[in-house]
Design a protein around this ligand. Structure first.
Ligand code: SAJ
Length: 467
């Protein structure tokens, strides 16, 4: 099948890189977004998200005149739907005492409905948004049937998951293997033809529901693997072990690859998609559910770590696991963090991106504030972000200046490479808490800090350290 013109609905982290890439490779692209801000920004030639290299590809797409952007779909040979599928924030499902989050499919529904007036015989429609299994056949196909055209007979219909990693999208969308799941084999073949415009990775054809399942299985596997790393961090704290060292050593085994613990799992993919399986089949998803719970609880563990650092100042012993126990027995004063000034470094959901969605760092800050701490947050990738209930510092120096402790929540390159001596000269804080294993203990200690690390309950001055 040949494609002269395609229409991409949803110009966010996925849709925009695709639109720009297709257009830069010679396909006429019409991009659609419901946000006037996004449409205006792109019409003015400016990207509205942070993604390395994306502005250059957009510049090229606009230079060759292949990209138009408005708020309404137009007739095209193919339509790609790449809109968000978050979970509902105010509604939960329940099954045998398990409470689970529910997918919010409103954006997929309205994007599909928006295609109806311009859908023609012979078109190809592809859903790329991560969606619960059977969405293509049970949600998208029935909506498109209102056009009086039949999916699979009059037009092609596919599910093809985006699998690109934010921060490396432009490379991965070209070189990753691609899964195209058709509601008929002919649909899958049509989607293969479309992606072959620029995809250099292998393109695998399958059915639509398998393709949906593949995508959720990938992100769920990562979530479960991060959960076990986070659980190992808690166990290491309990046993007086440095989890980072233990993971490094375990990973020397040829078949072991443990991921990194951290303040929790964020973003709009891994912290969301596993819920689609729990919602669809809670009776078969107990491990997946438990992993979600472990990762969602991780910000609480960070707060215990911060308490540990402050209580060590007052002479108390300080393993986090021990703290959890003592807190349960109510012997740790609830006011331990009251009026403590904390500089929180990083609000993004992961390093070197400006995406704050479902960020565990934001949750950590809210929890610290609940404990009475005064938190100033600094996010270099989104310095003007406005988040309810969070005090954003205007720059790094003002975030740390009056702080009692510096809390590292995201391993942005510019935080990893901070010079501790220079930091020490700009703040009165002498407690540093690293939740992502970014800072070298010796260097920070030589600069006068007591450095605490998540998953490492050894005293910051212990000679047992292997570094
Ligand atoms: N994280 C850890 N420890 C780790 C790795 C990650 O705590 O060892 C945390 C991160 O800090 C972040 C979260 O997990 O908060 C998710 O980050 P990520 O880099 O694992 O993944 P995403 O959400 O940016 O992108 C994922 C990718 N999926 C997989 O790697 C299986 C990407 O390929 C998908 O395209 C993307 O989800 C998506 O859009 O679904």
């Amino acid at each position: 099948m040949k494609f002269q013109k395609i229409c991409i609905i949803g110009l966010g982290y996925i849709g925009l890189p695709y639109a720009a890439t297709f257009a830069a490779r010679g396909v006429k692209v019409h991009g659609v977004d419901i946000s006037p801000r996004v449409v205006e920004s792109l019409q003015a030639g400016k990207i509205h998200i942070h993604e390395p290299g994306l502005q250059d590809v957009l510049d090229e797409a606009l230079r060759v005149g292949n990209l138009t952007v408005t708020s309404q779909p137009v007739e095209a040979d193919a339509f790609i739907i790449s809109v968000p599928t978050p979970f509902q924030h105010d509604k939960f499902g329940e099954h045998n005492g398990i409470r689970f989050k529910l997918a919010d499919m409103r954006a997929v529904t309205s994007a599909t409905e928006a295609i109806l007036p311009v859908l023609r015989k012979g078109n190809l429609v592809i859903l790329e948004s991560t969606s619960p299994p059977r969405t293509t056949v049970e949600l998208v196909a029935p909506i498109l049937a209102r056009s009086n055209l039949q999916a699979g007979a009059d037009f092609h219909l596919c599910y093809s998951p985006e699998r690109v990693l934010p921060g490396n999208i432009l490379h991965e969308l070209v070189y990753n293997a691609r899964i195209v799941g058709g509601i008929t084999p002919e649909s899958a073949r049509a989607a293969r033809d479309l992606y072959a415009t620029f995809v250099k990775g292998e393109i695998h054809e399958t059915d639509a529901t398998t393709a949906e399942m593949v995508k959720i299985m990938e992100n769920t596997t990562r979530d479960v693997n991060i959960a076990i790393a986070n659980e190992f961090a808690r166990l290491a704290e309990k046993f007086g072990v440095d989890v980072w060292e233990a993971i490094r050593l375990a990973n020397l085994h040829p078949r072991i690859d443990i991921l990194n613990p951290g303040p929790g799992v964020g973003g709009h993919c891994i912290s969301v998609d596993p819920w689609f399986l729990v919602e669809a089949a809670p009776e078969f998803s107990s491990l997946i559910y438990q992993a979600r719970k472990v990762n969602d609880e991780q910000p609480h563990f960070v707060v215990e770590k911060v308490k540990q650092a402050f209580s060590a100042l007052s002479g108390a012993d300080g393993r986090v696991a021990k703290h959890i126990e003592t807190e349960r027995s109510r012997s740790v004063p609830a006011s331990l963090l009251k009026n403590k000034k904390i500089a929180a470094l990083g609000l993004a959901y992961k390093p070197d991106v400006n995406d704050l969605r479902e960020s565990p760092a934001v949750e950590v800050i809210h929890l610290l504030q609940k404990e009475g701490a005064i938190v100033h947050a600094w996010e270099p990738f989104a310095p003007n972000a406005k988040l309810e209930g969070i005090n954003m510092a205007s720059d790094f120096d003002s975030a740390i200046q009056d702080a009692d402790a510096i809390l590292l929540l995201v391993s942005h390159t510019q935080f990893r490479t901070l010079n501790p001596t220079s930091v020490a000269s700009k703040t009165k804080a002498r407690i540093a808490i690293d939740t992502v294993n970014a800072w070298n203990r010796k260097d920070w200690q030589s600069a006068g800090f007591s450095l605490y690390r998540l998953g490492d309950s050894k005293s910051p001055t212990s000679s047992l350290y292997s570094e």
